[in-house]
Design a protein around this ligand. Structure first.
Ligand code: XMP
Length: 327
């Protein structure tokens, strides 16, 4: 396989089995070693499937010559940054720099309500933080990236500009190391499993780069963000425990309050809106008929466990007309 090419060979076999994954890993390890030599590689490790698989692959190939930087922008889901540290630092003995930039991001976002402005601020600040960390390191010549084949196809089509945070800071003078760029998502997952990554990481559902920032609607406040994070954890836990086949499931918390009654007193708290979709390519999506008992269980738990919430709703809107995310 030619790791420098952006063209997947027409006769390349789909990586569907552990044996094919092992063969790919062996080839990729050789290619990375040949490219990097004794140089150092920097990688933005978000904890998403692609960057995690690339990190595990690079650790296998070059060990501590890989410096992974995990920026916690304060908009991660519950337990996600902790999992990155546990899997990579504790489990794989990675050279991992963990940056808790929560205050920096939330201070910057305070009072910003417009969705595109929020996305832009989060993306730009991510690059600032990452560039600052890079500047502290010496002798780094390479940048690892979790580019996968659909990214290459979509960029070539002009369908979408790469909208993930964690993109390459434009003015950094690095040579790219992109070992999974000819693979499709399902193949990346098979490879990740063979590299020993936990199932919860390999099967992680899509999560926007700006994270919970686009699900805490309008101007983000810390208390509402915390309510969202807790409610989201309940939704994930219950849907996973029920084994329901749902492609993406999360919730949003709007910047409005609703009237309720709690302990005999008037409450005036936030609503949580549960969003579940099934889709093939995220271009169109349908809303699954979630089991009623499951919806009631989620509702009861959110109302009992999440401070500041007095109402739970289920979004029935397909895409189109609604997008999957609310912002
Ligand atoms: P929409 O809301 O456009 O979402 O229907 C389609 C899919 O894309 C995900 N999404 C993102 N993924 N960075 C990402 O990597 C982003 O900024 C982003 N915004 C939306 C969304 O979760 C859904 O799966």
């Amino acid at each position: 396989m030619d790791f420098t090419s952006n063209q997947r060979p027409a006769d390349m076999e789909r990586i569907t089995t552990p044996e094919l994954a092992d063969a790919f890993i062996a080839e990729a390890v050789d290619a990375v070693r040949a490219q990097v030599g004794d140089g150092k590689v920097l990688l933005a490790l978000s904890g998403g499937v692609d960057s995690s698989v690339v990190a595990a692959l690079l650790i296998k190939a070059i060990g501590k010559q890989l410096i992974s930087v995990h920026v916690n922008h304060g908009l991660m889901r519950k337990g996600e940054s902790e999992q990155v540290i546990e899997v990579f630092r504790d489990g794989l003995d990675a050279n991992l720099v963990y940056v808790d930039a929560t205050d920096r991001f939330l201070n910057l976002l305070a009072g910003v309500a417009e969705p595109e402005a929020k996305r832009k601020l989060i993306g730009a600040e991510f690059i600032n933080v990452f560039a600052e960390e890079a500047a502290k390191l010496e002798g780094v010549g390479f940048l690892g990236q979790g580019t996968i084949y659909p990214d290459i196809l979509e960029s070539a089509d002009g369908v979408k500009a790469h909208h993930n945070v964690g993109g390459l800071p434009e003015d950094m003078d690095f040579e790219l190391v992109e070992p999974v760029k000819l693979l499709y998502k399902d193949e990346v997952r098979v490879v990740g499993r063979r590299l020993g990554l936990p199932e919860s990481m390999v099967e992680r559902q899509p999560f926007p780069g700006p994270g919970l920032g686009v699900r805490c609607l309008g101007a983000i406040t810390r208390d509402r963000l915390e309510a969202l994070r807790e409610a989201d954890a309940v939704v994930r836990e219950e849907i996973e425990a029920a084994g329901q086949d749902v492609w993406q499931y999360f919730c949003v918390v709007p910047d409005m309050r609703a009237t309720g009654v709690r302990d005999g007193r008037r409450a005036f708290d936030w609503p949580v809106i549960i969003r579940c979709v099934n889709t093939v390519d995220a271009m169109t999506a349908e809303v699954p008929e979630l089991d009623w008992a499951l919806l009631r269980r989620i509702t009861a738990r959110i109302l009992a466990e999440v401070p500041g919430v007095c109402r739970v709703a289920y979004d029935l809107t397909p895409k189109p007309v609604g997008t999957i995310e609310w912002e």
